[in-house]
Design a protein around this ligand. Structure first.
Ligand SMILES: Cc1cc2nc3c(=O)[nH]c(=O)nc-3n(C[C@H](O)[C@H](O)[C@H](O)COP(=O)(O)OP(=O)(O)OC[C@H]3O[C@@H](n4cnc5c(N)ncnc54)[C@H](O)[C@@H]3O)c2cc1C
Length: 385
């Protein structure tokens, strides 16, 4: 094993959404900083589906990695079905591997990607040494996107999904099912997420919001039950994807947290992406927040400011904390919270809300639809904490 030492301006740890998006944007600048992205796994080995709401322009830009796109989506419980359609927004599902391969293809000197795993960070006076299994990189600035730690009893969204070839054509391939709550609710807030990619190809995910991850068979049984109830016969399970997304306060790793430096002259180690809190706590969606954070960061770097912008406003985080507080303290209300929110909004308003871009009037509609007592109690709890 060689242990060569390289000097770089910026070391980006992790070549996921945040890391490779940042690297590609730096490579596109007039005078790109000397940058290395350190990532142990090729994108094809960690392919999964990333869902987001996008307007036409962005949807077009992402078409190279788009697996499916819907103008209509539904939320369903035992009592009702809310169908949204939107003129302005589509719900888009990306192949993460295709997205990352596209970003990696945009890199050129002096921005490069190496297949290595970071084992240690050694902060120094002027530079940080990033130690990998093969090399050492001495960097002025380190952006660290390694997945964040979730507190032991923290709320998380965990799921297991199957890509399925179906025997018969899927009934309504133009509608994405975002949440079908007609499943076992005994372990937490549970729903099926089902994306029909074509008449015979559907992704069906069993998603649970709780503090405890269940054995994989539990999610598989939920998928089987849902398929049976919906008369969908499986011709072939093409692949399986699993994931855990934090919906709570992250455990801060002091070495990885941001120092005060903002200029290119002083050393900086800072988290980016999900590790910096880019995951929306009430929904688990992060893609757009990461994109916005990274675009602002890349623009800042070009101007000589290396500090990492906050990915989600503190106002939104506070609202989401209150929402999650009600989910935890009043689990019997959980399904109805999402259904009430969906019923109160049109497709465009719902898309804005999920993107964290709700207008004051969108917020007022949602607040008016919520059970006031439970939210007021949670607000008071939050204030006296
Ligand atoms: C399975 C899954 C599905 C998701 N679906 C959605 C979705 O539909 N919509 C949405 O908005 N959000 C979704 N998310 C949440 C979020 O958008 C993604 O997690 C997103 O990939 C976060 O980007 P990131 O760059 O912060 O982290 P990541 O993309 O996770 O990148 C971190 C990288 O760090 C690398 N790494 C780890 N250890 C080391 C090491 N020692 N040295 C170097 N590199 C290392 C990892 O290999 C990884 O590539 C999903 C998350 C998961 C896990």
């Amino acid at each position: 094993m060689s242990n060569n030492s390289h000097e770089v301006d910026i070391a980006i740890i992790g070549g996921g959404n945040a890391g490779l998006t940042l690297a590609a944007q730096l490579a596109a600048q007039k005078c790109p900083p000397n940058t290395v992205v350190i990532e142990p796994q090729p994108p094809t080995q960690r392919d999964c589906s990333w869902g987001l709401w996008a307007q036409e322009k962005q949807a077009k830009e992402l078409s190279h990695s788009t697996k499916g796109r819907w103008k209509r989506w539904q939320l369903i419980d035992h009592l009702s079905r809310v169908t949204h359609s939107s003129d302005q927004y589509s719900y888009v599902s990306l192949s993460s591997a295709d997205y990352l391969l596209d970003r990696a293809a945009q890199l050129h000197q002096p921005v490069s990607l190496v297949e290595e795993s970071v084992s240690a960070l050694k902060p120094g006076q002027d530079r940080t040494t990033v130690v990998t299994d093969q090399n050492q990189y001495s960097a002025k600035t380190v952006y660290d996107s390694r997945p964040p730690k979730i507190a032991d009893n923290g709320l998380r969204q965990h799921f297991l999904g199957w890509h399925i070839h179906t025997e018969q054509p899927i009934k309504d391939p133009d509608t994405a099912i975002l949440m079908d709550f007609r499943v076992d609710q005994s372990r937490g807030l549970h729903f099926i997420y089902a994306l029909p990619f074509s008449e015979h190809h559907i992704l069906v995910e069993s998603t649970l919001i709780s503090t405890t991850v269940e054995p994989q068979e539990w999610y598989r049984n939920a998928i089987k039950g849902w398929l049976k109830n919906n008369n969908i016969q499986v011709a072939e399970i093409i692949s399986e994807e699993i994931g855990v997304i934090p919906m709570d306060t992250l455990v801060v790793n002091k070495q990885r947290s941001q120092s005060k430096s903002t200029s290119a002259q002083q050393p900086l180690i800072a988290p980016i992406g999900a590790a910096s809190g880019a995951v929306r706590r009430s929904s688990g969606y992060a893609f757009q927040h990461i994109q916005q954070q990274i675009s602002q960061l890349a623009a800042g770097i070009e101007q000589g400011n290396r500090s990492v912008p906050t990915p989600i406003s503190s106002r939104l985080t506070t609202m989401d904390k209150i929402f999650n507080g009600v989910l935890i303290s009043r689990p019997e209300l959980a399904v109805s919270l999402y259904m009430r929110m969906a019923k109160a909004l049109t497709g465009d308003q719902f898309s804005r809300f999920m993107l964290g871009e709700a207008t004051t009037s969108d917020w007022l509609r949602v607040i008016a639809a919520m059970p006031k007592g439970a939210f007021l109690k949670q607000l008071v709890k939050q204030l006296i904490r």
